[in-house]
Design a protein around this ligand. Sequence first.
Ligand code: ADP
Ligand code: MG
Length: 648
Amino acid sequence: MGRIRILSDQVANQIAAGEVVDRPASVVKELLENSLDAGATRIRVEVEAGGRKLIRIADDGHGMGRDDAMLAFERHATSKIRSSDDLLSISTLGFRGEALPSIASISRLELITRATAEPSGTRVEIAGGKVLSVDEAGAPNGTTLTIRDLFFNTPARRKFLKAESTELSHVTALVTHYALAHPDKHFELHSATHALLIAPPVKHASERIYQIFGKDTLDQLIQLAAERPFDRAGLPEPPPWRRDEDYQPPDPGHLRISGFVSKPALQKLNRNSIYVFVNQRLIRDRLILHAASEAYRNIIPPTSFPVVLMFLEMPPHEVDVNVHPSKTEVRFRQQALVHDFVRDSIRNTLMKARPAADFLAALDSHAHASPSLMPAISPLPGVALPVPDSELSTTTIETAAFDLIPPAPRPEEVKLPFATAPAERAGNGLSVAATATHACEEQILPEADEVSSLNALASLKPLGQLKESFILAVNDEGFWIIDQHVAHERVLFEKILREREVEKIQRQRLLMPMLIDLQPHQMILFASLAGELERNGFEVEPFGPHTIAVKAAPIGLEGRELERMLMEVLEQPGTTAQSENLDTVRTRIAASIACHSAIKINTPLDPIRMEWLLKELARTEHPTSCPHGRPIALRYSWKDIQRAFHRI
Ligand code: ADP
Ligand code: MG
């Protein structure tokens, strides 16, 4: 007898389950997607013991008739595609026909379903892949699936489950994401003891964000909306000699982006707050993550990440979702077009909004340098993100689930920066004033009509300097503090990039060449950067095996600063020019020149110079932050000032 045997369905299903179902959240994902595909408008999820003991999902979708209810548990049984051609344009969330048989093979499952037109419903019971019973049953319209004792017959899997609270926060994150993608539907999530999410249908995504995360988060976000046509290239078309007279080429369709991106003042420690939905499917895609980071380059520090809720819509044939069993990865047909469109849309949005950083928000962004918008764990089952263990163990589920919902009230001191921020640092007890405002807490909430934009910078009147380092200025919007060094840095940075583009950087010859000794790895880096340095106004030549001679440099960069700047550019740990693309090299060099030529702190400025600097800053594209991502201008709004003095 031969050695090879065909596996039983039960084993095959368990193997498939290994790919699709690795934790309770992945069961919830599959079942939620089924409910959405069934056209549900109300979805209620219930879990016990983080989903190990029980997961129940009830929907009001189109349900199933008796035959379908049985067929649904066969391997590769699906109502969503018929032929391989359908794979080229998938418009449902599911299509593999694997989820139900896989889940049924590793749990005790009960399905109760009634198709809209049928007088009665069907109840199916399965345990470990074996059908126990199929009965007629009274049931409301729609489908309810109950999964008990997940992994009861696969102990190896069960061992990998994390603490109940961790599993629950994965489930919570997941339901939250689907709720965000479908604001027009009703979502509920309940644990045995708590209602974790109740989101009735709303018209607009912003209202959903408000429901889930609250006003503070919404205030930190800028709305995103853009569209462009796809290129026609590569769409199947008959050759010219086979076309009819009235042949119409296929419509390549549009790429649309909508959603929200964070103001630069809101920064996160990792990418976990970047949510990307493609045709309402939550995905994790390197290309899009990269485009989002690119959009924020030189606006927030390279070590920080924005909050992004991005919804991309495109014709189904532009995106292949059949890449990964859990359908969390996709492939775009026109990768470069999608990447650049995402990057440019976000960048343009930021450039137009030019949001002014509020003094309170700026203080806040440090105090609350929260790891992510939502649980510091991967929102997608099967996609591991590095999470320090301590983070998980110290966050309880309530706070972990909605990290940013009503942020815990801060100590009163922080809310009254005039009275207490300096006092806090000085350690004396001026917080009496703060306590007094406690009673009118509601008034401290920012109001929606306060739109702050850095366009107001042009109208600023400088009053003077604080410690010869910060420019103090006023206009009708309020009172502003501008960091003179980073402001000038931003002005120079954009000027250098502009002039570099047209090769117009002004250089000055040094009276004596400056000799700088380099380490061997720096010599290598220098060799690869020499061309770019030259285009930035440098004239630098090797001078022996370990030394370079600087003969000319961009105007404004001199002496110690010139040397420091070059050392900085040649001292990127672990960088070789090959690993950086040209754009990164350019901006890195421009940022470094700008930093070392900019007005320093502790430098007295006369009113004319201050005015000049503010005017120049107003003209920059991104006056929000310096090329390294620090804020440039902070504002005490007129409202905050009045509030602080109890005038409103
Ligand atoms: P897929 O979603 O890939 O088609 P599944 O195994 O998840 O495969 O589901 C199999 C089939 O069962 C679906 O194609 C659908 O017809 C039916 N089905 C599953 N869940 C529901 C539901 N909640 N409401 C109505 N039909 C459902
Ligand atoms: Mg499915």
